[in-house]
Design a protein around this ligand. Structure first.
Ligand SMILES: *Cc1c(COP(=O)(O)O)cnc(C)c1O
Length: 393
């Protein structure tokens, strides 16, 4: 069926799908590198673009196309470009939008590798960048230069759960002719639709909520316009950071339950955040659904729900954080997020341990900060697990 005007949940199930000659309810896996043409003329038409037949899997494949179409519809964009990983999506966007002499502004708490590669590789090609706390609009305006071309935002940011005002960013981008790119990994289109709020390009690590089952690494770029799609698609094709058909098939399957997974995990997260906020050994909790969040109102305006990511500061600093890590029994000590299992990680001793104290603080990482990605287990078990762990410090 054509799902263009269907509701979000119907799109999750039916968008991009097609039925094969056997009437298969689920798109079969087209585990093939290449596609044969019916004739020389058909081959010529595929290459010229007159026919939308498939040629070679790096350029396109039915499973990948189904996923691209689905995520693009969910984000209300023109088209999707699937990539081998979230970082591949980030790099396709950087390479497409930035040239020698150009400047990019981004948030100082973006996903670590998105900043590391911009600061370590792109200067070699003459690209400059500034990282500011984008939750304060003034910082962004001050960082604009005549050469600025891209405003690259991630909200909520990690692991501070700071919220950036996307409508305000879109206004700035429009005034200064910048492309607004939003990494929407932490929300998924179920909770936030940046293109509707004025962004030009949205990208995802589909490794997280979109696939949701911690068994795939994958990425996606969605553009609002056909022009941006035509600019970025060949970059993915020619760099060769395409998805694999089986990877695309699993991701499309995981995506079908996005809303019910998030509903359940979010319901759990609200209860966990309230539990933590009332715990004597917790100094503070950051969760967009708590009134104590500094941008509680903004989160309500631009997000359809508070999500499933919680950060909190445990008493005892570095040692306190490590003790909690060692004491939990059900939550997995792991990075990543957005899956069906509850994950816990301690940035000061894990993801951000290589940064010195000053850099850690600039990114909002305090010694006792613990980050949770809440899963869909029984809420009583999640809280009991945290309760017995916190009792040990
Ligand atoms: C994980 C993540 C990425 C990178 O995605 P990979 O799939 O690991 O390459 C980018 N942005 C955010 C916000 C992420 O959480």
């Amino acid at each position: 069926m054509d799902t263009k005007n269907a509701g979000f949940n119907s799109k999750l199930i039916h968008a991009g799908g097609f039925h094969d000659v056997n009437g298969s309810a689920v798109t079969p896996i087209y585990q093939t590198s290449t596609f044969s043409f019916q004739s020389a003329d058909h081959g010529a038409a595929c290459f010229s673009g007159e026919s939308d037949g498939y040629i070679y899997t790096r350029l396109g494949n039915p499973n990948i196309a189904e996923l691209e179409k689905t995520v693009a519809e969910l984000e209300n964009g023109f088209g999707g470009i699937a990539t081998s990983s979230g970082m591949a999506a980030v790099n396709v966007v950087y390479l497409g939008l930035l040239a020698s002499g150009d400047h990019m502004i981004s948030h100082n708490a973006v996903y670590g590798p998105s900043r590391t590669i911009m600061e370590s590789l792109y200067p070699k090609f003459g690209v400059e960048s500034s990282y500011v706390d984008a939750t304060n609009i003034e910082n962004v305006i001050r960082a604009i230069r005549p050469t600025t071309k891209v405003l690259y935002i991630e909200t909520p940011a990690n692991p501070t759960i700071g919220i950036t005002d996307l409508r305000a960013m879109a206004k700035i981008a429009k005034e200064h002719k910048l492309k607004l790119v939003v990494d929407n990994t932490f929300c998924s289109p179920y909770l936030q639709k940046p293109l509707d709020l004025g962004a030009d390009i949205v990208l995802h690590s589909m490794t997280k909520f979109i696939n949701g089952h911690a068994d795939i690494v994958a990425g996606m770029v969605v553009t609002k316009t056909e022009a941006d799609y035509n600019l970025l698609k060949p970059i993915m094709m020619n760099i060769g950071c395409n998805m694999d058909p089986h990877q695309a098939w699993l991701t499309r399957r995981g995506l079908k339950t996005l809303s019910i997974r998030i509903d359940r995990a979010q319901e759990n997260a609200i209860k966990v955040a309230n539990y933590l906020e009332n715990h004597p050994k917790i100094q503070w909790v950051r969760f967009p659904g708590l009134k104590s969040h500094p941008q509680y109102e903004l989160a309500k305006q631009q997000m359809a729900g508070p999500g499933t990511m919680i950060s909190f500061e445990v008493a005892g600093g570095l040692e306190g954080g490590k003790k909690v890590m060692n004491a939990v029994k059900m939550a997995l000590l792991a990075v990543s997020l957005g899956g069906i299992e509850t994950l816990i990680q301690h940035p000061a001793s894990m993801t951000h341990s290589k940064l010195n104290d000053e850099k850690q603080l600039e990114g909002g990482i305090t010694k006792g900060l613990v980050r949770l990605s809440i899963g869909i287990e029984d809420i009583d078990d999640i809280i009991a697990d945290l309760d017995q762990a916190l009792a040990q410090i």
